[in-house]
Design a protein around this ligand. Structure first.
Ligand SMILES: *Cc1c(COP(=O)(O)O)cnc(C)c1O
Length: 377
């Protein structure tokens, strides 16, 4: 097996993959309607439930062909009963995306907005649930990838259940990285896609959730043909296949990625991501960069650094310098400050971050940025 040029992706997904996962895509051509392929998908679906410690009797994984946003679309449009309302707890870009999905489908919703650098206030959430007994579905994001803040999903989930609503959590940027226990964390539905925590490729996304709630949703309004949770679940139940053509090569890669996931182990993998994250923060601190999210609120996977007040700072130039040397850095996603992000996902370790900071420091020097970096206030 020839090794492929290794790039270190510090963007928030897709992530750096192993060569074994890359090569797992190279297989004889196969029609995905063959039994052999169906068996592969069954194995994946069970594994996806087990990653969040779900009981496969109670929880199931429903696969979709698409990037991660398809999961948010599917959950919101499929799990809302007629005449009911969605509550989106929104402190960042990905929950704002959920609000936009509600708008596009014309779903009744409340956009409960909080500052992007603070965790949502539980008293306000409870008051909103109390005042609006027609809320049937509550949605939020676990690790707000736009900033890297960790939301208290277990506490939010407890409130949601106290008020008899269903809780969907966008775990795309924590799943298979930061340990999750679907039942103990009070989650009814979580979601992710293969190119993030699993360190596979784009094209396969999945919703992991409570079977009985999906079955109940059979009678809810059907608002999308391609993106309906019950229809896809029902098709899997009857045939063991995806309703429409699956992302064949990504599924082969994901089978390999799951093997590597179990080999590494949940705790060891989380410890590795933590090592990477700590190295990123240490590197940023040493250079004097400020971050948007206070250390105690960080989810441990995304660092969001604020642009220094230095007229020589030029994100594009720094990016290009690093990119040419195999390191990808990424712009931020908040409107209140100019930021860039460094993320700890993927098949990388502390040594890669040490190498990155050598290159990053050179890039700052090339641009003439003063180190440690300066801020005007
Ligand atoms: C990456 C990500 C998504 C999905 O984004 P796509 O561009 O559709 O893959 C959704 N939610 C969160 C929190 C993410 O980090």
């Amino acid at each position: 097996m020839e090794s492929v040029k290794r790039n270190i992706l510090l963007n928030p997904g897709p992530s750096t993959t192993t060569d074994t996962v890359k090569y797992a895509q190279v297989v004889p051509d196969i029609c995905p309607r063959e039994k052999e392929f169906g068996n592969l998908m069954k194995g994946i679906r069970d594994d996806l439930v087990k990653i969040v410690h779900g009981d496969t009797e109670k929880y199931t994984a429903v696969l979709f062909c698409g990037s991660g946003t398809i999961n948010i679309d599917v959950c919101l449009n499929s799990l809302l009963p007629e005449g009911k309302k969605i509550l989106v707890i929104n402190n960042g870009a990905y929950s704002s995306r959920a609000v936009e999905i509600c708008q596009y489908y014309g779903l009744e919703h409340i956009n409960l907005a909080f500052p992007v650098d603070e965790i949502p206030n539980l008293d306000v959430i409870e008051e909103t649930l109390k005042q609006n007994p027609d809320i049937a579905l509550v949605h939020t994001t676990h690790n707000e990838t736009g900033t890297g803040i960790l939301n208290p999903i277990k506490e939010i989930g407890a409130l949601v259940h106290q008020y008899n609503a269903v809780f969907t959590v966008d775990t795309t940027s924590t799943y298979a990285m930061r340990p999750i226990n679907i039942e103990e964390d009070n989650i009814d539905f979580c979601m992710a896609s293969a190119q993030k925590g699993l360190m596979s490729f784009t094209g396969l996304s999945f919703v992991v959730g409570n079977k009985s709630i999906i079955e109940k949703s059979a009678d809810y309004p059907k608002r999308s043909y391609y993106c309906n949770l019950f229809l896809q679940y029902d098709f899997f139940r009857k045939t063991g296949e995806m309703h429409f053509t699956p992302p064949v090569q990504t599924i082969y890669a994901t089978v390999q990625a799951l093997k590597e996931y179990w080999n590494e182990g949940e705790q060891a993998k989380w410890a590795r991501h933590t090592r990477v994250f700590n190295a990123i923060n240490a590197g940023l601190d040493e250079l004097g960069f400020r971050q948007v999210i206070k250390p105690e609120l960080r989810a441990g996977l995304v660092s969001s650094a604020i642009y220094p007040d230095d007229e020589c700072w030029n994100f594009e130039k720094v990016h290009d310098y690093c990119y040419e040397r195999g390191f990808t850095i990424y712009p931020g996603k908040i409107s209140t400050a100019n930021t860039f992000r460094l993320c700890a996902l993927g098949a990388i370790d502390k040594g890669d971050i040490d190498e990155f900071f050598k290159v990053f420091r050179e890039a700052l020097k090339e641009c003439g940025v003063t180190v440690p970096v300066k801020y005007s206030d």
